[in-house]
Ligand binder design. Structure first.
Ligand code: SF4
Length: 317
């Protein structure tokens, strides 16, 4: 134990942020205290937009590794730090480079659209990247005759397929958190709180999506709770977002959708929760672990991400 209190960590982090010209970017699935010390909190699209344009010398990424890697790809001249290199992603890891290459060879002539939740080698194989905020619009921006491969999330892929009606083959990957929500438990909460709207992330399985009043990316769910007139919501995505929902809507109630196994707490992303205040402090203090990626790989991985950012900007997303 270092003997430091939470308050000590916060003041030390704030001091080092100024001294070292650091920007802390945090994902919505981080714990509330980390969201509160971040300079910017957002979903993958907003975070990559922020990573591409800021004046800091150092980016500290409070999120998972593929997000920090995306920041490094977009800002290679900056030092990009992540407090714990073990912060992986079950969805990204469900799509390995050699297997994906084989899949591409088996489906020739298709445009390769990948969700940002992939490891860097998958981005180098992609034509265009998307996030859950812009996936439908990115697919719709492609010429109608274009045939598509979508990877790695099968649930988001099916959601996009139904929305766009396009010719898409889908990689069979998934996120262990978003597949964990229990339809029965959601409906039980709904029975007790009949006015509550069910809001769902598109990475959830079809039965959960089918009972949704609204489906959208994490930021789309947050925005929905701001403009919608209801007073309560059952939230089927990682419960970290509820911190921002409560901040924006202090008079409304939010019920996290329960997992299938009520004893495991596995609707929380264990990878996201590896990041702690103490690790952020250590990481800023030692300026490690640092993300490093070969220049050539950065060049190859950057193209599909820049294409996404350009289309998003054109569409005002
Ligand atoms: S919630 Fe799922 S997709 Fe997001 S980082 Fe965790 S494992 Fe990956």
């Amino acid at each position: 134990m270092s003997g430091k209190s939470q308050t000590d960590y916060i003041s030390e982090i704030n001091r080092m942020k100024k001294e070292k010209n650091v920007i802390i970017l945090a994902h919505y699935y981080q714990t509330s205290d980390i969201q509160d010390i971040a300079d910017f909190v957002g979903d993958s699209l907003a975070l990559s937009q922020k990573a591409a344009a800021n004046d800091a010398d150092i980016i500290l990424f409070a999120g998972v590794k593929f997000m920090a890697e995306t920041a490094k790809i977009l800002s290679p001249e900056k030092k990009v730090l992540i407090p714990d290199l073990n912060a992986g992603c079950s969805l990204a890891d469900s799509c390995k480079g050699p297997d994906f290459k084989k899949f591409i060879d088996e489906h020739p002539g298709r445009t390769i659209v990948t969700y940002v939740n992939t490891n860097t080698d998958i981005k180098t194989l992609s034509d265009i990247v998307c996030t859950s905020s812009n996936a439908v619009q990115i697919i719709e921006s492609l010429p109608p005759e274009e045939r598509i491969i979508f990877a790695p999330d099968r649930n988001l892929g099916n959601y996009i397929l139904n929305k766009t009606g396009r010719d898409i083959v889908i990689w069979n990957g998934s996120c262990h958190v978003h597949e964990e929500f229990s339809l029965e438990a959601i409906l039980r909460i709904k029975e007790e709180h009949s006015d509550a709207k069910i809001i769902v992330h598109p990475e959830c399985e079809l039965p959960v999506r089918m009972v949704a009043d609204f489906i959208g990316s994490t930021s789309a769910l947050l925005n929905f709770t701001k403009r919608d007139k209801s007073n309560s919501y059952i939230v089927a995505t990682e419960p970290g977002i509820i911190h921002q929902m409560k901040r924006e809507n202090p008079l409304k109630s939010f019920f996290p959708a329960p997992p299938k196994d009520s004893t495991c707490g596995c609707s929380e992303c264990n990878f996201m929760k590896l990041i702690t205040m103490e690790k952020i402090y250590q990481c800023l203090n030692t300026e490690s672990p640092e993300i490093s990626i070969d220049k050539d790989v950065i060049e190859m991985a950057k193209r599909p991400i820049i294409r996404m950012l350009e289309i998003s900007e054109k569409l005002g997303l």
